[in-house]
Design a protein around this ligand. Structure first.
Ligand code: OOB
Length: 531
């Protein structure tokens, strides 16, 4: 496949030999589950539910429907569906039709999708309907821009387009395929909050391992009920262990569409949800909501929090209010996953972002010159391993920058490693403010800002300044009344924050803009402040 950097043969052999890679295609997860637990509920949403046998049949019927319309066989297809049972049907149907699904999120808009279309050369797009946004209209606009795009498939009122439910209506079977499991099964999209989004090819072998090993680490079983609270196409709820990991053990997956505490707590109670994954801002909100919501999520035994740094105070609050079963997850669509382990001491769960999933995850932490730093010191995290990509999809120039000659992915994340192998994320290499010759870590300042009782959410950004180069702007969502810059800086002073690291100005906002998965979007903040 052009534009795909495969694992080098020596490492691929080693991963096979060590048992990481099993040679199973990704869709086999569903085949195996349907054989073992045919009558167990596999997926549930607001309107419907399917047992494993039913999901297996629906995926086959939809695959046959796709092939009958000439969709499959090596073609890329954008998937932009809301959290629903049909998301799972579509994913497995595309795999079984031999297509390459591109996992978009409902929050993506024209610019991002046009880019994914250009890079992937997708011939089709599967979208859902509303609320509040016309996905079919966006797909039509894309049709005018990308001339290889031929098929618009709509789950819902399809108008002139292909109706997903009609496409699924037959009882056909796709021909059995035997894909090379060391080639891409699907493309994830990068979650970075800076730079253009990139496509991330995950192979059958690496992704089956990703899901299976994550489910094992989280001790998921057949009796678990996993809630997809984040957008299902994101790596975290998709495979860490998420939907796919839950399926490897025959658990039930509930698709939630509204992550607000009110709606999510009701869903958790209704279905006896035992595990879910959230970004820190949502986890914080859920913990706060325990003070006013009547219904608390008492069945939850595993609450995974990741995607952005979770402050230690929030971790403590989440454990006391929501569930003691907090797990921190530091992951990336590119591969590496770090988890705190079930039963880890409080200190570890509250203050670290976990340690790598696999024994053979090779993590290097280096300084600006590329030299390894000692334990306890912060540096950039480089990684290679059995489920970390070796290159972005069709991104030659980017790959020169993002990978070392010996195949390590340069994550751009700054971390430090403790003697026990656990990591703490200390910032992003590029998320710094260059103020009057000093380099100020945004994450560091944000963690101090969050300790002020009036601050509900905070982001530190650098804004152009004729004298300082960049000035420090603290963008703050206040709980009640705003506090003044001098009051805020008194607080920072009392915490020992250096003078040159304190904000030069405050920009209050009612809410911080977020990315499609719910991370603070600094590009959008700066665009808002400097239009
Ligand atoms: C997850 O994946 P992406 O691809 O959306 O974003 C990856 C980036 C990381 O490189 C890091 O900068 C940040 O998100 N990140 C964290 C973090 N988890 C992710 N930063 C601080 N603390 C954490 N716990 O976000 C993702 C993928 C799989 C599982 C979990 C998260």
């Amino acid at each position: 496949m052009t534009g795909f950097t495969s694992f080098p043969p020596d490492r691929a052999d080693a991963y096979r030999e060590a048992g990481y890679w099993t040679g199973e295609p990704l869709d086999q997860i569903l085949r195996s589950a349907a054989a073992q637990w045919p009558d167990h509920p596999a997926v549930v949403d607001e309107r419907s539910s399917l047992t494993y046998a039913e999901l297996d049949r629906c995926a086959d019927a939809a695959a046959a429907g796709l092939l009958a319309r000439g969709i499959g066989d090596g073609q890329s297809v954008l998937v932009q569906l809301p959290n629903s049972c049909q998301f799972a049907v579509a994913l497995f149907a595309l795999l079984r039709a031999g297509a390459l699904p591109v996992m978009c999120l409902p929050g993506h808009r024209d610019a991002e999708l046009a880019h994914f279309l250009d890079v992937s050369g997708a011939t089709g797009i599967i979208v859902g309907t509303g609320p509040g946004f016309d996905y079919s209209a966006m797909a039509e606009r894309l049709l005018d821009r990308a001339n290889q795009l031929r098929h618009i498939i709509v789950d819902g009122d399809a108008g002139p387009h292909i109706s997903w439910s009609q496409l699924c209506a037959g009882d056909g079977h796709p021909p059995q395929r035997h894909p090379d499991t060391n080639t891409p099964a699907l493309l994830l999209v990068s979650g970075g909050t800076t730079g253009a989004p990139k496509l991330i090819p995950r192979t059958h072998d690496d992704y089956v391992y990703n899901a299976t090993a994550s489910a094992r680490l989280c001790q998921l079983t057949h009796s678990d009920v996993y809630l997809v609270a984040l957008p299902a196409g994101h790596n975290f709820p998709l495979a860490c262990p998420g939907l796919l990991g839950a399926m490897t053990v025959g658990a039930t997956v509930v698709f939630g569409t509204d992550p607000s505490p009110e709606a999510a707590f009701a869903t958790i109670a209704r279905h006896g949800v035992t595990a879910t994954a959230l970004v820190p801002a949502l986890a914080r909100l859920w913990a706060q909501a325990c003070a006013w919501e009547d219904q608390r999520p008492t069945s939850l035994r595993l609450l995974q929090v990741g995607g952005a740094k979770l402050a230690a105070d929030d971790a403590r609050h989440i454990r006391s209010e929501l569930t003691p079963g907090l797990q921190q997850v530091f992951g990336m669509a590119e591969g590496l996953l770090c988890y705190t382990r079930i039963g880890d001491p409080d200190e570890v769960v509250e203050h670290t972002q976990g340690k790598p999933l696999a024994e053979d995850d090779e993590v290097r932490i280096v300084d600006d010159a590329g030299i390894a730093v000692p334990d306890g010191e912060s540096g950039e995290l480089l990684v290679r391993g059995p489920y970390t990509i070796n290159g972005y999809f069709r991104a030659e120039a980017q790959n020169q920058r993002s990978f070392t000659p010996d195949g390590f992915y340069r994550s751009g994340d700054k971390v430090r490693r403790f003697a026990n192998g656990y990591l703490e994320v200390t910032g992003r290499v590029k998320d710094v403010i260059l103020r009057a010759g000093e380099t100020v870590s945004a994450l560091d300042l944000e963690s101090h800002l969050l300790t002020h009782p009036a601050v509900s959410a905070a982001a530190a950004v650098g804004l152009p300044d004729p004298y300082l180069g960049e000035k420090i702007c603290a963008v703050i969502v206040f709980r009640g009344n705003a506090v003044s810059l001098s009051d805020l800086n008194d607080h920072l002073n009392a915490r020992g924050v250096a003078v040159h690291c304190r904000p030069d100005m405050i920009a209050p906002m009612p809410a911080l803009p977020t990315t499609a998965v719910g991370k603070v979007d600094k590009r959008a903040i700066v665009a808002q402040l400097c239009p």
